[in-house]
Design a protein around this ligand. Structure first.
Ligand code: ATP
Ligand code: MG
Length: 359
């Protein structure tokens, strides 16, 4: 395993920057997840690390080696794609051993490695079978196995689980996490699914429009987003983002958003005049009166009982809001309610740049 370092990495297609001056250091043995919406440059980034895409400018280090001019097959990385692309005419065992055979590894060594990897992935019984006779989950295991047998310095995954149904995807997610611990390998995993990112990564790298928006441990990024994009992208249901205007008054702050007024304490991070965006996570809007909390009136427009949680869609004098309560069967459609939010859970963002406003 090796550390990976990207320095000022850029990829242009004609004048369009798909990846725009990215700096990122990944520790040896780390599991890092690149997450962002479609088109944010995740795959392009991974393909450059793999050597499948040329670099417009910047450098890629694997270990201490600058690999910019190193051929893909000599970079010692293994990539697993969304489409498994198994060789249909070969058995599972032959699929697993193929890369080693190309390297002219002795047959007994290949057989040993293939058996070990099949045992790790629970596909020993499937070794003689052809890919088309396997389930989607089994095929994905074979695709993973083809990467593992090569014992690469770095694993690259591009949405490897997105063809699987929800239940299997969750099972494979936790298997991959266990596999990571067992192999102690450096892994870079790409997904557009923020829940997958939150649950799998040691650190997550949030990307948008070819740029890194924030890098950090999942809960750090969740609790302390650097900008409105990250705040809105990470978390489900998504954070309430209210566009409005702040005014400093003698007794505190008054925030106006389309007819909704929020009174905040004068010490709040948003203590400045002018346009801004306030962000409140749905779980920080509650129905219990709270001393010192920000209060607002709302009407329940929809109630979703999810079992452990109850989600409310709310209308106010201004923008609509989403609240997430712990299970509550006393709330009903049409009820008028008062909502409370602790001021320190209300984040503020610059209305133009989206940058977080901090105290
Ligand atoms: N070969 C190419 N020629 C021109 N533009 C490209 C090429 N490959 C990618 N792009 C563009 O670069 C941008 C980033 O693409 P990329 O595939 O890296 O996104 P992504 O984050 O992986 O998205 P997704 O979640 O949909 O897979 C997109 O706007 C895409 O259209
Ligand atoms: Mg992609």
């Amino acid at each position: 395993m090796s550390a990976v370092r990207l320095e000022n990495l850029t990829k242009r297609f004609l004048s369009f920057a798909a990846v725009d001056a990215i700096d990122l250091s990944i520790d040896s043995g780390e599991f890092v997840v690149l997450v962002g919406p479609s088109g944010s440059g995740k795959t392009t980034c991974l393909r450059m690390i793999a050597g499948l895409e040329t670099v417009t400018s910047g450098s890629i280090f694997i270990g201490d080696r600058d690999v910019a001019d190193v051929h893909a097959k000599d970079r010692d990385v293994a990539m697993v794609f969304q489409s498994y692309a198994l060789y249909p005419h070969m058995s599972v065992a032959e699929n697993l051993g193929f890369a080693l055979k190309l390297k002219k590894m002795p047959r007994t060594e290949i057989e040993r490695r293939v058996r070990d990897v099949a045992a790790i992935l629970g596909i020993v019984e499937e070794l003689p079978r052809k890919p088309k006779t396997l389930s989607g989950g089994q095929q994905q295991r074979v695709a993973l196995g083809r990467a593992i047998v090569r014992d690469p310095a770095v694993f690259l995954f591009d949405e490897p689980l997105s063809n699987l149904d929800a239940k299997l995807r969750m099972a494979m997610r936790s298997e991959l996490i266990k596999l990571h611990r067992r192999l102690d390998a450096t892994m870079i995993y790409v997904t557009h699914d923020q829940i997958e990112a939150m649950t799998m990564g040691d650190r997550i790298v949030v990307m948008n429009e070819g740029r890194i928006q924030q890098v950090g441990a999942p809960l750090t990024v969740y609790d302390d987003p650097d900008n409105a994009f990250v705040a809105g992208f990470i978390g489900s249901p998504t954070m309430n983002l209210l566009n409005g205007t702040m005014e400093r008054r003698d007794n505190g702050l008054a925030f106006q958003a389309d007819g909704l007024t929020l009174a905040l304490p004068p010490t709040h991070a948003a203590a400045r005049d002018g346009a801004m965006t306030l962000g409140i996570r749905p779980e920080f809007l509650g129905l219990d009166p709270n001393h010192g909390a920000v209060e607002l009136a709302a009407r329940i427009e929809a109630v979703e009982h999810l079992g452990a949680d109850t989600i409310l869609e709310l209308s106010t004098a201004g923008p609509s809001l989403i609240a997430k309560l712990t299970r509550n069967d006393r709330v009903h459609y049409g009820d008028s309610v008062r909502l409370w939010a602790a001021p320190d859970k209300i984040l503020a963002f610059d209305s133009v740049t989206g940058e977080r406003l901090r105290a």
